[in-house]
Design a protein. Structure first.
Length: 104
């Protein structure tokens, strides 16, 4: 069986009831993800262009920090990805192409 996991060596952290660096980073990343989703709603519902510009600056800052948190977690091996098999990619591509044709 092929290993489809893409990750860096895991930086070990203390186990136990107390929060460790990985726990804090997981909480931070999850909160930033929620904030970016909420800011997307705020952007689409902004009542005027000045408010939209203000929200957009906040949103850009949030996603910048979200990306930095993700990259740090990936660097320490606390976040991993799975490499998709070619067959799975092709099946999804075909499915999406069929859905697109059905829309036309």
């Amino acid at each position: 069986m092929k290993n489809n996991k893409i990750c860096n060596p895991k930086k070990e952290v203390p186990k136990g009831i107390l929060l460790n660096d990985q726990d804090y980073m997981t909480i931070l990343l999850n909160n930033l993800k929620c904030l970016s989703k909420d800011m997307t709603v705020a952007l689409t519902e902004a009542s005027n262009s000045n408010l939209y510009k203000e929200y957009k600056g906040i949103f850009d800052n949030i996603i910048k920090h979200q990306r930095a948190a993700y990259e740090l977690m990936f660097k320490f091996g606390w976040y991993s990805l799975e490499k998709a098999e070619d067959k799975k990619i092709n099946n999804l591509k075909n499915e999406l192409e069929t859905q697109l044709q059905d829309l036309n």
